[in-house]
Every structure is written in structure tokens, then in C-alpha cells.
Design a binder for this molecule. Structure first.
Ligand SMILES: [Zn+2]
Length: 102
């Protein structure tokens, strides 16, 4: 899957940046910054890992957006196990959808 340069979450346009280093550690795979509207992915990731990280960070972003109308969402957004599962499922279904567009 081609990772886009930007992605819309709610009414905000997030920039997607592929970076050598995200914050303080080279080991961090991805991060989303809601204030700067940036979704960052570690440059070392390829293929499935790259996609999974993209969907993981997107999941954080979607749940953050949903908190506006449903503040209880915060507990899901901060639950890394939940976000990981949600992101992996989002990836699978989205790839299936893309495949069926061909
Ligand atoms: Zn996370």
C-alpha cells in the first residue's frame, strides 16, 4: 500500500512524515502529534510493518477526534493493546477494500 503524504482526520489535515528518528529514540516506530497535525513513521519500517504503524497511529488519531463528541473515548485511545488490535484490523479491512476497487 502506498502511504499518502497527508490524511484527513475529522476536519483536520495531518501531514505524514517518514523520519530517521522520532523524538528521543531511534526505536520508536511511530507517533502522532495532534497539535502539530503530524503522523510520523520511522524510516526503517517497510511493507507490513510500515502499514501497521500507519494504521496504529491513524487509530490514535481517529479516537482522539471522536473524544470531541464522546470524551470516554480517551481510555481506548490510551490503551496501546486496544489500539494495536484496532489498527491491525483497520489495515486488513482497508487493504481488502482497496483490492476490491481494482
Ligand atoms: Zn500507540
Amino acid at each position: 500500500m502506498k502511504i499518502p503524504k497527508t490524511i484527513r482526520i475529522g476536519n483536520k489535515e495531518f501531514k505524514i512524515k517518514i523520519k530517521n528518528r522520532i523524538s528521543w529514540s531511534k526505536k520508536i516506530s511511530g507517533q502522532i502529534n495532534y497539535d502539530d497535525k503530524e503522523l510520523m513513521i520511522n524510516k526503517k519500517l517497510k511493507g507490513r510493518d510500515l502499514e501497521s504503524t500507519f494504521f496504529h497511529e491513524l487509530a490514535h488519531g481517529l479516537f482522539h477526534e471522536m473524544e470531541f463528541n464522546y470524551p470516554q473515548m480517551v481510555k481506548f485511545r490510551n490503551d496501546e493493546t486496544f489500539i494495536q488490535e484496532f489498527g491491525l484490523n483497520l489495515r486488513k479491512t482497508f487493504l481488502d477494500l482497496l483490492e476490491k476497487q481494482k
